[in-house]
Design a protein around this ligand. Structure first.
Ligand SMILES: [Zn+2]
Length: 302
């Protein structure tokens, strides 16, 4: 199945009550792992990279590797740039093969957020079927070295959601509802379900306009994830969970094979650990076996 853009994939998810995992990768082994795991479960997939690893590896290299791995798969897959506050870098990623980009203007004043998000939207839509995610309110935690305290995070104002979506033209909408990046500092993070439900009703109540995105999936209890999916969460971002899996597996392998110098075996151990976590998320989000529905309703990405 071809590489596709995210919007129709997520519209299918929002329509049928499941969600799609958007897995952050920082290297090729993680990318192989999430693609293999999703293919084995016939789950539609979003592979995403945050800005620092994207700059380190270069978007051209990531996009080429992704395309080579994804093109022959039996599942729809797309490549997403996460949390980018640099308009020009968003454009560069769109130019080299990212199928979806997130312009993150959440720390800007409302009008400025709309203006710059709109600039990215116009550029991406002008290049074909490249979709854009925008954010309103701020998600706490550490994302790509930027720290926002849980008490300082400003939640999304439902009353301004639709205006933001319509005026910016975003395809996917990430409202801040109390989820956090990284590991939660409290055992029971305060997730504002009512706010999320209200936003879903306002934005997508009369047909899916912009599927809702949930940031900070790692550490959310299964019942919280399921409730957010039931309320319309269509894309769940999972980053920290996979970093822990990767690093713990590498550390453990090296610790127990101190005299072995075979990088391939370390990679295999790391890959296996990441696949296990992706499996967990596919079960939780209910996207296993959904490849046909989400890929069949659209033309191939050009
Ligand atoms: Zn995020």
């Amino acid at each position: 199945m071809p590489v596709v853009s995210a919007k129709r994939m997520l519209t299918d998810a929002a329509t049928h009550g499941y969600a799609i995992g958007a897995f952050n990768v920082t290297n090729i082994i993680q990318m192989e792992a999430v693609i293999e795991a999703a293919a084995a479960r016939r789950a539609p997939l979003i592979v995403q990279t945050s800005v620092t690893p994207t700059k380190f590896l270069r978007p051209e290299v990531i996009a080429a590797a992704f395309r080579a791995m994804a093109e022959t798969l039996p599942i729809p897959a797309c490549l997403h740039l996460d949390h980018c506050d640099d308009v020009e870098f968003c454009k560069r990623c769109a130019d080299v093969g990212y199928t979806n980009v997130m312009y993150d203007g959440s720390k800007l004043e409302f009008e400025e957020n709309i203006r710059l998000t709109r600039e990215v939207v116009e550029y991406c839509h002008g290049r074909g079927d490249i979709t854009v995610e925008g954010e309103l309110g701020t998600v706490s935690g550490v994302e790509d070295q930027v720290r926002v305290a849980e008490t300082e995070a400003e939640l999304c104002d439902p009353a301004r959601s639709l205006e933001f979506v319509e005026r910016s033209g975003v395809d996917l909408f990430a409202p801040a509802i109390g989820t956090a990046h990284g590991v939660y500092t409290t055992e029971n993070p305060k997730i504002d379900f009512d706010r999320f439900e209200k936003i879903q009703e306002i934005v997508n109540g009369r047909g899916i306009v912009a599927p809702l995105i949930v940031h900070g999936g790692t550490g959310l209890k299964p019942e919280v994830v399921k409730r957010l999916v039931a309320l319309g969460g269509a894309k769940f971002n999972v980053s920290t969970d996979l970093k822990y899996a990767l690093i713990d597996a590498i550390y453990e392998y090296i610790s127990t094979h101190r005299n072995e110098y075979n990088p391939g075996k370390i990679d295999v151990a790391a890959k296996r650990a990441v696949i296990e976590r992706v499996d967990y998320w596919i079960d939780l989000l209910g996207c296993g076996g959904r490849a046909e529905g989400s890929g069949a309703i659209q033309p191939p990405f050009q």
